[in-house]
Design a protein around this ligand. Structure first.
Ligand code: ACM
Ligand code: ZN
Length: 534
């Protein structure tokens, strides 16, 4: 009899644990989840009570999102109401830390800031989708969640130069980032194949720099075929403002990237005096790297870039501006009298130091205007200032070197974080569209990223976080963007938010719940991992 009681008790514990595991499936994994007795049903009549006006915007977005689950948008009030979703700020919580409590009398989310409350609502949204959907509402299990991110920087980059996407597409990209608690949107706005941000002082950028005559068909270096169709577009300053505001409402800081001294052919084609030879140049119709770069010898180059940045900083309130710095061939500088004069005049050793001069001069200008810079890891060549932040993309070695120098680092190694790369090993059998990358970045590969590898405790302090990069040479429409982004973004989100509590098998088990959120939103994710393929 005793054994029978023990057996039944054990089964009950197991069933409870099962219920707990099955019902609380949040990505990225929260720091602490305690399932408790009871449940709460959200209906169309459940009000959202905001205890601070600062929370009205986050409440409004959530209230709208609930429409598809309970039939109408929830009402928002600051009056005290029973059986409500209560949102509050708490001085005892850290800036991005929140608690989410679901009990039979209602739901309470507290956060150290409105941003943190927004994260609590993202977790709640995942629980709503996973909840028990009944005729008039959604039943949620009672739970106590305490949560905060491991890394402060969790980013995603989108290249809109190789292909451009609509304002609505960019907003959808931002929605997807928000769902995953990503807090930085790195917007790659200028490159050889197109200039994509309106600059009032240089209107010809919108007419010439934003357009290319045609686009290569198929793989770069393997194809000689072009489509013969003019391609281009620009984001007006009004549209940029709209996007920055949309992101801010979702607690995402937008980091614009204005590329220099390489990847500038769209600008050089518009104003040939920006290059060493004086042109003519043509907005690039194929991919890869151009030897034509901004002339580092002419004062007019710096004047142009500073005038561009003066408009950029008016549009983007976040303190960081990305100034590129990658893949700048030095051939043009070697034969340019003005660049050579600059090297001699400034007492520089070579063209690598000339690049440092270039980046440092722009950094000084931005610092004087209250901003800080991020650059790709090439900016380490020739030396960097203490204040530059390095984005490590050619593996993690640049990031490791920078952290050892005491510079801040964002880890985005191509081996793990380049989601323009294939995402499955068996591309032919899986019918995967043309992509970059010699080795695939599978979900598992991305999940295995250790941004601290090779660093001691002291050096680890310089790692701000992680980012995925989505270059769009082979991605011409937004369904394809989503296919490359999802579900790999979920893996990045978990590395960034839950680094110290990662568990791949557990992640895969939770991914099914996130997939239902993708389905409810109509997101076009890649199916492989859900079909047991990596
Ligand atoms: C890069 O992928 N060229 C930063
Ligand atoms: Zn030059």
């Amino acid at each position: 009899m005793k054994r029978l009681v023990f057996l039944i008790a054990s089964l009950l514990v197991m069933a409870n644990a099962y219920a707990a595991n099955r019902s609380i499936e949040i990505i990225p994994k929260p720091a602490s989840v305690k399932v408790v007795a009871g449940s709460f049903v959200i209906t169309a009549d459940t009000p959202i009570v905001v205890e601070s006006d600062d929370l009205a915007s986050a409440a409004g977005i959530f209230a709208e999102e609930m429409k598809t689950y309970v039939g109408k948008s929830l009402t928002i009030t600051n009056a005290n109401r029973r059986k409500a979703i209560r949102l509050a700020l708490s001085a005892s919580l850290k800036e991005e830390e929140y608690s989410l409590n679901i009990g039979k009398s209602g739901i309470a989310i507290s956060g150290g800031s409105p941003r943190a409350v927004f994260y609590g609502l993202q977790s709640l949204k995942q629980l709503v989708v996973a909840g028990q959907h009944m005729g008039k509402g959604v039943k949620l299990p009672a739970v106590a969640i305490d949560d905060e991110p491991f890394f402060g920087y969790r980013g995603a980059m989108l290249d809109v130069c190789r292909h451009i996407f609509s304002v609505d597409d960019i907003k959808k990209y931002i929605d997807i980032l928000a769902l995953h608690k990503i807090n930085r949107f790195h917007w790659h706005l200028t490159d050889d194949q197109g200039w994509r941000i309106e600059i009032k002082r240089y209107p010809e950028l919108s007419r010439i720099g934003a357009m290319r005559k045609e686009t290569i068909i198929g793989r770069y270096r393997h194809s000689a075929e072009y489509d013969g169709k003019p391609y281009g577009g620009i984001f007006t300053q009004e549209e940029v403002r709209e996007i920055v505001k949309y992101a801010a409402d979702r607690y995402i800081d937008v980091i614009p990237e204005i590329e220099m001294p390489g990847h500038g052919v769209a600008a050089l084609s518009t104003y040939p005096w920006l290059g060493c030879s004086g042109g003519p140049y043509e907005v690039r119709t194929t991919w890869g790297i151009s030897e034509e770069v901004f002339c580092a010898g002419k004062e007019s180059t710096f004047e142009f870039l500073e005038n561009v940045l003066a408009e950029v900083i008016e549009l983007f309130p976040y303190e960081y501006i990305h100034i590129g710095g990658d893949e700048c061939p030095k051939k043009a500088w070697k034969t340019c009298a003005l660049c050579q004069k600059r090297i001699a005049g400034e007492g520089l050793k070579d063209e690598a130091e000339l690049q440092s001069y270039f980046m440092e001069r722009i950094e000084r200008w931005l610092n004087a205007h209250g901003r800080r810079i991020i650059g790709w890891d090439e900016i380490l060549q020739g030396g960097i200032t203490k204040s530059a932040t390095i984005m490590s993309w050619r593996g993690t070695k640049g990031g490791i070197a920078a952290a050892k120098l005491g510079n801040k680092v964002i880890m985005a190694p191509n081996s793990h974080c380049y989601i323009d790369y294939y995402q499955t090993s068996n591309t032919a059998a899986n019918g995967e569209p043309l992509a970059n990358g010699r080795k695939p970045v599978t979900v598992a590969k991305l999940y295995s990223l250790d941004p601290y590898a090779g660093l001691n405790d002291e050096e680890q302090r310089y790692i701000m976080g992680v980012q995925v990069n989505l270059w769009t040479e082979y991605i011409a429409d937004f369904d394809h963007v989503q296919h490359m982004l999802l579900p790999r973004l979920a893996a990045l989100a978990e590395v960034g938010w839950s680094y110290d509590r990662r568990d791949y098998d557990d992640f895969k088990a939770r991914l099914g719940a996130l997939r239902r959120v993708y389905d409810r939103n109509g997101y076009k994710y890649a199916p492989y991992i859900f079909n047991g393929i990596e």
